[in-house]
Design a protein around this ligand. Structure first.
Ligand SMILES: [Fe+2]
Length: 192
């Protein structure tokens, strides 16, 4: 495991905004060997079946059609190659429970945050690795507070909507908290 700081440009304003507003930070995690294509390919090859989701995504603008599939006997590099051609999305769920290297990174990250945000209490946490096609899209949804995205490679465009009505209603939040149905909230194109 390498040492050195994970957050490269943290300043006092980030400390003040933390947990109140979405914030964007530079980080160094992409330099970790565990995120090299070779290491990711190996991780994919040995990932327990019950802990990954391989999803065929719908084309942009299509209705919400997702089909789940299996990696089967493909080598890790072949899986990554297939994803690069489009229409796929691989979620290595709960990687922090499967592989120590990623848990160590997340723990170091929370350690740095705790040193910068007074009163920050490192939460019980879970993290997964998403490997998605250039054309992959995620549908309008809401996550409960406490989510983070660590972008490692490539580009991702994130749309953030107001956390008020009509974009989300109290009964949606209740459904998400109780039943985990975070993609089941109504979306209108004009929201964008
Ligand atoms: Fe999300």
């Amino acid at each position: 495991m390498t040492t050195g700081k994970i957050f490269a440009n943290w300043d006092d304003n980030h400390s003040r905004l933390w947990s109140h507003r979405p914030i964007r930070l530079e980080h160094t995690m992409h330099k970790q060997p565990a995120f090299s294509m070779d290491d990711l390919a190996k991780l994919i090859e040995h990932y327990p079946r019950e802990h990954y989701s391989l999803v065929k995504t719908g084309a942009k603008g299509s209705s919400r059609v997702w089909r789940e599939g299996e990696i089967g006997r493909l080598r890790g590099h072949q899986v990554i190659e297939a994803i690069s051609r489009g229409g796929l999305w691989l979620n290595l769920r709960n990687v922090t429970a499967i592989d120590r290297r990623y848990r160590d990174m997340i723990e170091r990250m929370f350690g740095e945050i705790a040193a910068k945000v007074p009163g920050f209490d490192a939460p019980t946490h879970q993290a997964g690795i998403l490997i998605s096609s250039p054309d992959a899209q995620v549908y309008y949804h809401a996550d409960l507070p406490g989510q983070g995205l660590v972008q490692i490679a490539g580009r991702k465009r994130v749309y953030i909507y107001p956390s008020t009505q009509p974009f989300i209603r109290p009964e949606h939040l209740e459904n998400i908290a109780l039943f985990d149905v975070e993609v089941d909230i109504p979306y209108e194109p004009w929201y964008d």
